[in-house]
Design a protein around this ligand. Sequence first.
Ligand SMILES: NC(=O)c1ccc[n+]([C@@H]2O[C@H](COP(=O)([O-])OP(=O)(O)OC[C@H]3O[C@@H](n4cnc5c(N)ncnc54)[C@H](O)[C@@H]3O)[C@@H](O)[C@H]2O)c1
Ligand SMILES: O=P(O)(O)OC[C@H](O)CO
Length: 383
Amino acid sequence: MASSRVTIIGSGNWGCVAAKLIMSNTIKLGFISRMWVYEECSSKWRETHGCQQRNQRKKPNILLGIKLGENVVADPDLDNAVKDATMLVFVTPHQFMEGICKRLVGKIKPDVEAISLIKGMEVKTEGPCMISSLISDQLGINCCVLMGANIANEIAVEKFSEATVGFRENKEVAERWVQLFSTPYFQVTAVQDIEGVELCGTLKNIVAIAAGLIDGLEMGNNTKAAIMRIGLAEMRAFSKLLFSSVKDSTFFESCGVADLITTCMGGRNRKVAEAFARDGGKRSFDELESQLLQGQKLQGVLTAKEVHTVLNNRGWLEMFPLFTTVYEISVGCLPPTAIVEYREHKSKSCLEHFTPQTLEAEPKPSDDKEVERNSNSRSELLE
Ligand SMILES: NC(=O)c1ccc[n+]([C@@H]2O[C@H](COP(=O)([O-])OP(=O)(O)OC[C@H]3O[C@@H](n4cnc5c(N)ncnc54)[C@H](O)[C@@H]3O)[C@@H](O)[C@H]2O)c1
Ligand SMILES: O=P(O)(O)OC[C@H](O)CO
């Protein structure tokens, strides 16, 4: 790691906190790290936050109110930010990644190692594509993931939390990422289940929308806990249908149940969904996002749409009533109250499907033929 050069691609809420974690380790090694900033170094941003730009070292180095460390260089030029990097950290809202990958083709070192901190997925005509696969496929590089119960603002002030690195084969590379991110207040564990880790981080954002609706409807803690349990069951079922390799143990890591809990208690998806339910869905999620999040981006509504496309294409809609209902509410087809009424609307509800016994069942999938068979005989997964 001593000769590594790290570039962070993204400078939003989590990107800045990730930079702080990384810098506290790289500063000991004495090397400078770069951070690609999309807009935070515009003159407007510099006025309010004070930001060190390329070849222009300036202290204190603060973005979004977070002290990044003295050896980070914020760079608005993507090509320049990545050209010498040996380690790339991707941390933008997921909807921008396809465009960013296109811009990076031919601009990075061929043997660079990457990690994605991005919670989300893309749906292409050939099927769903996790963001780490998008990065690997488009850039021809290895990409791990880091997910977990990680509300950025809490980590920014050094409150203790845990995270999970997911890797495919190379444990040594995963341990290098663990080393780069770990601090006394940020404990990281590596697990060999990249799809499981990434799907946990991605799907919990849909459940967080459901939890926020419950808060907005003032339904109380028991109902919210029920929604979280059902959500976890749908997360597990969906993950295993897509990738038979996904491990049950992953759901007990920070990226699984812990992230689900924190995001349903204190995340941005929860917050915006609560406001949506409180005024009966009169203001759209887009409107509320810009009113409540000051430029930060919501991932749950887009993810509900992407997952809905997969469910629809594969004939799985009835198996995932919670995911489906969140989607229908978010696009205005159902009122917010449908989140607790859907049992009466659906022929077979999630609460009936996902009993503790179904949580123990082992669904098979996941090549296309297998998936087809599964969608014809849902009982394998749900009973
Ligand atoms: N914030 C958290 O607490 C947190 C924690 C863990 C994981 N995550 C995940 O990390 C990822 C990034 O989240 P975040 O909170 O850092 O971002 P954010 O919500 O703060 O996003 C805003 C960022 O998007 C940038 N942006 C806007 N338009 C863009 C464009 N066209 N191209 C590129 N960038 C553009 C903005 O400049 C800004 O940096 C998401 O997938 C999120 O789910 C966030
Ligand atoms: O604020 P949210 O809802 O995007 O969630 C933030 C993190 O993903 C929590 O781990």
